[in-house]
Design a protein around this ligand. Structure first.
Ligand SMILES: [Zn+2]
Length: 99
């Protein structure tokens, strides 16, 4: 999964990309990053007509979250940022590089 590690912070932050990063430090929080990578590695991110569906990690949770500009999980409501949003960012980055 070497290509995933090459994902870097954007040079400038806009309302569209800042949500992938911690609002205070502008960096991905370690645990969120690892969780996001896990979603991608396990093939839990699916895109259907521009909407992303993040299936649950077995034994971790049981909800499929929907990412469409925002996310419907508690973390996103609280922080405007969550592992699902980041998983989608990684997912898109991987598709970009492989195409
Ligand atoms: Zn979420």
């Amino acid at each position: 999964m070497g290509t995933l590690e090459t994902y870097e912070a954007p040079r400038s932050f806009t309302p569209n990309n800042v949500m992938y990063w911690c609002p205070e430090t502008k960096q991905v929080k370690g645990s969120v990053k690892l969780k996001a990578l896990k979603f991608v590695k396990l093939g839990l991110v699916k895109e259907v007509s521009g909407i992303y569906y993040i299936s649950p990690i077995e034994g971790y949770n049981k909800t499929t979250y929907q990412v469409n500009g925002g996310c419907n999980c508690q973390g996103f409501k609280k922080n405007q940022y969550c592992s699902h949003m980041l998983a989608v960012a990684y997912f898109n980055k991987l598709n970009e590089t492989s195409n």
